[in-house]
Design a binder for this molecule. Structure first.
Ligand SMILES: Cc1cc2nc3c(=O)[nH]c(=O)nc-3n(C[C@H](O)[C@H](O)[C@H](O)COP(=O)(O)OP(=O)(O)OC[C@H]3O[C@@H](n4cnc5c(N)ncnc54)[C@H](O)[C@@H]3O)c2cc1C
Length: 383
């Protein structure tokens, strides 16, 4: 057998696993159907010199030291704390909602009253969920909760997921916070960094190993077939290990139907100016059809005179038959998880097939979580 491990997909799941096995002296083959490495973290440099995240903005943040230590071997990183504004009633206010947002949206007397009530009700608390605010017995606090729900959460969620707000699980609403103070960071994680030379470079370094062979523009499912709980490669049974990071329903030819996703229409715009907006990301929860605008120079730390590029994200339905339409966010609900578990049962009957990553596991993984999962899967397989 020429390769000990075949990996399908070259995002963080596939590339992390490839490097770990290569370091352990295993021969690894990666199939990637796109014409580039890096999965959805891929960055490219446009004609105007701006480095853009081709599949939407990716900000690295984690509390997991093991994951960050692993990544530090493959790039230098610079400290970057992400800050977001949201357009509410024609004002740009910090998101998550904080004391500054209250000051910008209410007159001074009202703002002081709301802040005082919050401080009295939640002394020494850093953030509180809008669900708690909505259920509060104090009418001022309750009204604030309802205001944030309506102006920050409701329309944004409806746009993003295209489902009535009544169908959104309470646990999702419960995760929307109001910050009790002036902390305007979008994430509170311990490690918040961006790769000095971009994500694509991280992937180049990860994959730069003599034991790794990479085949780009190669859909693995043209060669790999599953029959009678066995894996066939070019019509011959393959007894090595296959790690699959692509869409699980596609692997089984949609036997139980397609798993639903939300997709995005990503519209890049170039401008001859230094900066288009005042932050890396501005959210548009209400009137506009797009959900947010990202300006990449803030993320990449590039200094380019009078040139900038922004990205508008328009949510849309995913259709697996349309090859230009990509699966971005798994729509996780009871019905879809039931379907996913049917596919997973098929995988459990094939001892040399493993699933890893957001598409194979039909899950929302942040980058740190998918790397953690890949590092754990490596240990599991090596055992
Ligand atoms: C819009 C958006 C913004 C995000 N922003 C952040 C963020 O700010 N911070 C954060 O931590 N996370 C963010 N994420 C999550 C992040 O994108 C995921 O954690 C990451 O993509 C997971 O990596 P992966 O390897 O599982 O999947 P992917 O990156 O999707 O890689 C899978 C790869 O498999 C390939 N493939 C699939 N099928 C086949 C096949 N049959 N043959 C060959 N190749 C195949 C695909 O082409 C793809 O390259 C964001 C996600 C989205 C959608």
């Amino acid at each position: 057998m020429k390769y000990d491990i075949i990996i399908v997909g070259c995002g963080f799941a596939g590339s992390t696993l490839a490097r770990k096995f290569a370091n352990a002296n295993k021969k690894v083959l990666i199939y990637e159907k796109r014409n580039h490495i890096g999965g959805n973290m891929y960055e490219e440099i446009l004609e105007n010199g701006v480095r853009v995240h081709k599949y939407g903005p990716h900000i690295f943040h984690t509390n997991n030291k093991i994951v960050f230590d692993f990544l530090k071997k493959y790039s230098d990183w610079y400290f970057y704390e992400h800050k977001v504004l949201g357009k509410i009633n024609d004002n740009l206010v910090p998101i998550p909602f904080n004391f500054k947002s209250i000051e910008l949206l209410y007159n001074q007397e009202k703002a002081e009253k709301i802040k005082k009530k919050l401080q009295e009700k939640y002394p020494n608390v850093k953030k509180v969920s809008i669900l708690d605010l909505i259920n509060d017995s104090d009418p001022t606090i309750k009204k604030l909760g309802e205001f944030v729900y309506k102006n920050v959460f409701e329309n944004y969620t409806a746009k993003q997921w295209n489902i009535p707000i009544s169908e959104i699980d309470k646990s999702v609403i419960n995760r929307v916070p109001v910050i009790l103070g002036y902390d305007d960071r979008y994430f509170q994680d311990k490690y918040q960094y961006m790769p000095k030379d971009g994500y694509t470079k991280v992937f180049e370094n990860l994959l730069n190993h003599k034991n790794i062979t990479l085949e780009l523009e190669h859909n693995a499912l043209e060669d790999i077939k599953i029959k009678d709980n066995k894996i066939y490669l070019d019509n011959k049974e393959y007894k090595g290990i296959v790690i699959y990071t692509g869409e699980i329903d596609e692997l089984f030819e949609y036997k139980y139907g397609a798993l639903p996703y939300r997709s995005l229409n990503l519209v890049f715009e170039n401008y001859d100016m230094n900066y288009y907006q005042s932050r890396a990301v501005i959210n548009y929860p209400n009137e506009e059809l797009f959900t947010r605008i990202t300006e990449f120079k803030y993320l990449t730390n590039q200094i380019i005179d009078k040139k900038t590029t922004i990205l508008k994200e328009y949510p849309k339905t995913y259709d697996y038959k349309d090859k230009n339409n990509l699966p971005y966010y798994a729509i996780i609900n009871e019905e879809n998880l039931k379907k996913y578990n049917q596919y997973k049962d098929l995988v459990s009957k094939i001892p040399n097939l493993y699933l890893c990553g957001r598409l194979a596991e039909y899950k929302y993984y942040n980058m740190d979580a998918v790397i953690e999962r890949a590092l754990n899967l490596y240990l599991e397989i090596m055992k």
